[in-house]
Write a protein that binds this ligand. Sequence first.
Ligand SMILES: Cc1cc2nc3c(=O)[nH]c(=O)nc-3n(C[C@H](O)[C@H](O)[C@H](O)COP(=O)(O)O)c2cc1C
Length: 406
Amino acid sequence: MLRFLTAGESHGPGLVAILEGLPAGISITEAIIREDLARRQAGYGRGGRMKIETDYAVIQSGVRHGRTMGSPIALLIENRDFSTGNGPDGKPWTHTMSKEAVEDEVTPIHRLRPGHADTPGISKYAAEDARDILERSSARESTARVAVGALCRAFLAEFGIEVHSHVTNIGGVEASTTDGREPIDWAAVEESPVRCADPVASKAMTEAIDAAREDGDSVGGIIEVIATGMPIGLGSHIQWDTKLSTKLIAAVGSLNAVKGVEFGTGFAQASLRGSKVHDVIKPTEEWERGADGSWARPWPRRSNNAGGLEGGMTTGEPLVVRAIVKPIATLRSPLPTVDTATGELTEAHYERSDVTFVPTCGVIGEAMVLITLAEAMLEKFGGDHVDETKRNHAAYLATVGPRFGA
Ligand SMILES: Cc1cc2nc3c(=O)[nH]c(=O)nc-3n(C[C@H](O)[C@H](O)[C@H](O)COP(=O)(O)O)c2cc1C
């Protein structure tokens, strides 16, 4: 079983993640984690903090001489802001976030921010200061998930599974979506300030971000995560909670600010006839064989509107998961709200905030897909050492072609 936990507050000393269940024998370095953490920090429309923090995950356990040992992998990511920066009232974060009681009082946040965890959070946890809630509900936590996702990426690469993402909409500016089978220039995506391969849309998206910034406002959008190299049959149709679709919706939907998750042509299918939606299977004469003569990919389709999932299982076509991301809730022109101390109308608390984080969401969405796929691969193929997992994977793939006349 693969499982992970994260801990840490946005302005505390750092973030911690523990991933348990990765087999032994996977090549891991801090440098490969850093690559994904750097991708998470980029993106047009993001503000000051991204320039302050240079996220780096230090491996504390589970890796020896560059390889996993099968034991839990613990990661520690320092919040550099904590030791060097000043928080509210010009006081250092070490004071605002001190774990010991402080004499010199920290000004509590009473002006609740609509669109955040503040209001239900203070009610449920009986918090006097909304900072007790916002420090953990902040998407800073997703840094730890991206680090865990990088570990899962290294595992999945052993099986030829790759996970990428791009932005298909920011503030209503649309770039084309894909069925995961047309080649996408991923290098161009990484170079685009909004992580969009379409240069025309990319430019229009940056303009939409600039316009929102000028108005003290924010914009949301849509990200698309694509996984290729999928074996057929991950997940199961047997129970609601064994379906890979269930797990992916939960994993991607758990991302801060995500308000909808769809697969393939998703919500658009509501307006189409069945004949225009379902993915016809090609006859074997059109299948391709691998170098060793076996079927490179059994049961290929003429289209991939399903986004690589049928009955809660992978079809072998690329997995295409899209997530709708709401606009940032903390606005430079703050929304009206209520002060918890006086009950009076006021303006929502403003603390350094971005205009959009949609490009970053793609990278975090990748992490959640990577973790979910790694779990599904281990559920299907098991293995304490990655070579065992690979043997099981290869043996399974040899059985999944046609059994005509069997
Ligand atoms: C990468 C990322 C960065 C974010 N940055 C901000 C931000 O700067 N300001 C803000 O108000 N919300 C930001 N958010 C959104 C909040 O974390 C989140 O929307 C809010 O806490 C409410 O969560 P919910 O919409 O999931 O209920 C960010 C989200 C992500 C994924």
